[in-house]
Design a protein around this ligand. Structure first.
Ligand SMILES: NC(=O)c1ccc[n+]([C@@H]2O[C@H](COP(=O)([O-])OP(=O)(O)OC[C@H]3O[C@@H](n4cnc5c(N)ncnc54)[C@H](O)[C@@H]3O)[C@@H](O)[C@H]2O)c1
Length: 270
């Protein structure tokens, strides 16, 4: 169902890799709500080619950018404003990667150059992206910037490894930059803390199947899907949430406020 919530709004969506990606679902929903956007992903992700299908479906152009490169981000922001014919109203940062997770390295035995790479991709890229938008005065007043995070920033999920630290950093950047973006440009900055979701990044975490099944049993409303996350993001891009900023917002079916559920207790008393 469409409410035309984003009619006339223009944006940039980072991180649509395939049809499971949260950014993919978000692009589809933003398009349905009347928003126009540029799609971007790392040059290496372009090789898979699937993003072209999304671009065709949503009438979007694609600009490759490594989100850790200021030059790529500068080019992305300049070209996006040309393509969209003006300043930007919404941006989704939907990017995460840990080399330690990928290579099965324990949290207690990280390879620190891998840790640094993961921090750059997963968290510092959010600062770099906002810094380029801010310095180019590329955002329209009352624009909205959203990044995606996970509750391992607040609580321990052992297999989430160094991504937990990256997410804590990401959430802090949302608050700190949110202050300057709010004060100087009337732009809001928030993170959405999403339930475990079966995507390429999600399934890369060891023990993901247990993770997601446990969260499902703990959450009174069940896990939030990628589509639920897309819908929440649409609301944050819309004019209905103009003074929501510097928040970490849980989209998790209630998981984050649970101690234990009957469904989980039942498993232990079988
Ligand atoms: N899947 C989950 O369980 C879950 C839960 C909470 C939060 N999140 C977060 O949601 C976001 C999106 O992940 P997803 O689950 O849709 O997985 P995904 O694998 O579909 O998306 C991750 C994206 O990051 C992109 N990326 C990696 N390195 C990049 C770089 N250098 N420059 C630009 N882009 C780069 C990838 O190409 C990919 O498109 C991530 O921040 C992730 O941590 C995911």
């Amino acid at each position: 169902m469409s409410y035309n919530l984003l009619k006339g709004k223009k944006g940039i969506i980072f991180g649509a890799l395939d049809a499971n990606s949260i950014a993919w679902k978000t692009a589809e929903r933003v398009h349905e709500e009347g928003g126009e956007f540029v799609l971007t992903n790392a040059p290496i992700a372009m090789r898979m080619g699937q993003i072209n299908d999304l671009a065709n479906k949503t009438n979007a152009q694609i600009i490759a950018a490594d989100a850790t490169s200021i030059d790529d981000l500068q080019n992305l922001v300049e070209k996006s404003m040309e393509i969209l014919g003006g300043k930007i109203d919404f941006v989704l940062h939907s990017i995460g990667m840990s080399v330690n997770v990928r290579k099965g390295r324990a949290y207690t035995d990280q390879k620190y150059d891998w840790t640094q790479k993961g921090t750059d991709v997963s968290a510092m890229s959010f600062h770099k992206m906002m810094s380029v938008l801010y310095k180019n005065d590329a955002m329209n007043p009352w624009g909205s910037i959203v990044a995606l995070t996970y509750m391992a920033a607040q609580r321990v999920f052992p297999d989430y490894n160094d991504m937990a630290d990256n997410k804590a950093y990401l959430e802090s950047i949302a608050r700190s930059f949110g202050y300057f973006f709010g004060r100087d440009k009337n732009v809001r900055v928030n993170t959405i803390s999403q339930s475990p979701t079966p995507t390429t990044a999600g399934q890369g975490v060891k023990g993901f199947d247990g993770f997601i099944a446990y969260a499902e049993k703990m959450s009174p409303l069940g896990n939030a899907t990628a589509l639920d996350c897309a819908n929440y993001t649409v609301s944050l891009f819309s004019d209905l949430t103009k003074r929501v900023t510097m928040q970490n917002l849980f989209n998790d079916g209630g998981f984050s406020n649970m101690g234990v559920s009957e469904a989980v207790m039942d498993k232990f008393t079988e």
